[in-house]
Structures are given as C-alpha cells and as structure tokens.
Design a protein around this ligand. Structure first.
Ligand code: DGL
Length: 265
C-alpha cells in the first residue's frame, strides 16, 4: 500500500493523479492539518514532523512513502531515507526539475513556501543539469488561502498577481508549482502569469515513478504486500468540515476523513 503525506490537503493533488493513473491502487493519505503550514517552520521542525507522518503511515500498513509536500521533500527526504532505509521514499522535487528541464527554453520560475525557496533546492537542481536562469519567489500566503478554500476569490487573485509580478517581469517561460497546494490555484496562476508560460505540477510524474517502481517490485516479489481488495484511507490530524468540502470539489467525490493520532517524538 502506498503511503502519501502532506502538511494538509495539498497532497490531494497527488492523490488525484494516483486515482487517474491507477484507480485500483491501494493507498493511505495523511494530511497534518493540525500543524499546517510547514513552509514557515525551521528545517529541524519539518524533519521531525515528516518522520512522525511517515511513522504513522508505516504503522498503518504503507510499504512506500510519497512525500506529497515540496517543503518536506526539500528538507526531510534525506532524513526519511536514513530513518527508514528499507522503505522506498518518493519526493516531488526531482520529477518537477526533470519536467521543467524538458520544456524550458532557459528561464524557469519557481514558486513555493518560504522554507522551500530558502532551501535553494530548485535552483541547485535545475542548474546542475542545464544552463538555466532561475527566478524563485516565496508565496507564504497561498497555502492558508487553499486550506481556507479561497480558490477563486478576488483577494486570492490579487495576492497571486503580486507574488508573480517579478517572475512575469523576468519573462519566465516555465513556472514550477513548487508546492502541492498550488495546483488547486492553477487556473488563477496561469491567468496571472500568462497563457504562454508552461506550468509544472509534479503530481503526475511522481505518481508515474511510484507506479513504475511498484510494477518492478511486484515482478521481483519485493514489495508485493497488497492482497485482496483495494483500500483507500484518508487521515487528517485535525478534522474540519472545510477539508471535506475542498476534497469533494477536488477529487469529485465524497471523502471520509478519519482523525489521525500521531506518535509525537
Ligand atoms: N503542500 C506543501 C508543499 O508542497 C505545503 C507546505 C506548507 O504546509 O507550508 O510545500
């Protein structure tokens, strides 16, 4: 079973891709809504939260972990791999970098949380592979707006325009949505940055990677832990009616969220 976590409901953008690409795959989702956002926390705190999230998923039967959060991917991937050496850990930065490199003409914008942008991981990884100009901007207000469900409000549009203005001035041709919450705002972001700019949402490619890995592992018998019917479970560390509404809108069906009790280290 695939374990997926995010600081909140943003990782449901990855779940949507999984449901599209492998409707029969079993998975368990955890959104750490009680402690969201992660993006303005210190690296130590994000690492601790990510380890607790992964431990919860593994205790509930996950055999691989998808870090459906750019902040945790940027800051905690190494710690997760070290803590759980036998568990495949998939992060969202590598697929986003590869997708951006395959389409850019040389000028890539990156938007993300403050923690992701401060980590400099996207600049580093993009420039490692190709001579690319990178313009990064932290957009700390967008995660709370998504968690609040303000997906098409005039205030949200104004804030997005303001955040994207420096990237627009630098004429980026590709824009990485470096936070899994942002695909929920994709129409507004596309409108603000302009139609000719290619948006990169790593959800689809991270899911492709997970499924390829799973197919290989199943062949070799290593990860074939799923027997019987498909299971699909959704946990949040704090339950709110709003999360249910947003999930319904985003996934196009009713989701029953259960309360997750994390083991705090
Ligand atoms: N979806 C998370 C990300 O991709 C949001 C982080 C946060 O909680 O600030 O970075």
């Amino acid at each position: 079973m695939i374990g997926i976590f995010d600081s909140g409901i943003g990782g449901l953008t990855v779940v949507r891709e999984l449901l599209k690409q492998a409707p029969d795959a079993s998975f368990i989702y955890l959104g750490d809504t009680a402690r969201t956002p992660y993006g303005n926390k210190s690296p130590e705190t994000v690492i601790r939260y990510a380890l607790e999230d992964a431990r919860f998923l593994l205790a509930h039967g996950a055999s691989s972990i998808v870090v459906a959060c750019n902040t945790a991917s940027a800051l905690a991937s190494a710690a997760l791999r070290e803590a759980f050496p036998t568990v495949p850990v998939f992060e969202v930065i590598t697929p986003a970098v590869e997708d951006a490199i395959s389409v850019t003409k040389g000028r890539v914008g990156v938007i993300g949380t403050r923690a992701t942008v401060t980590s400099g991981i996207y600049e580093k990884r993009l420039r490692e592979k190709k001579e690319i100009e990178v313009v990064a901007a932290a957009c700390p207000l967008l995660v709370p707006l998504v968690e609040e469900g303000w997906l098409d409000d005039s205030e949200t549009k104004r804030i997005i325009r303001r955040y994207l203005s420096p990237l627009k001035q630098r004429n980026v041709d590709t824009l990485i949505l470096g936070c899994t919450h942002y695909p929920l705002l994709a129409p507004l972001i596309q409108h603000a940055i302009g139609r000719r700019v290619k948006l990169i949402d790593s959800g689809a490619s991270v899911v492709r990677r997970v499924l390829e890995h799973k197919a290989r592992s199943t062949e070799h018998g290593a990860l074939n832990t799923e027997h019987g019917a498909k299971t699909e479970k959704y946990f949040l560390t704090d339950l709110s009616a709003r999360s249910g509404e947003i999930a319904r809108k985003w996934l196009g069906r009713d989701i029953r969220f259960e309360k997750a009790e994390l083991e705090i280290s």
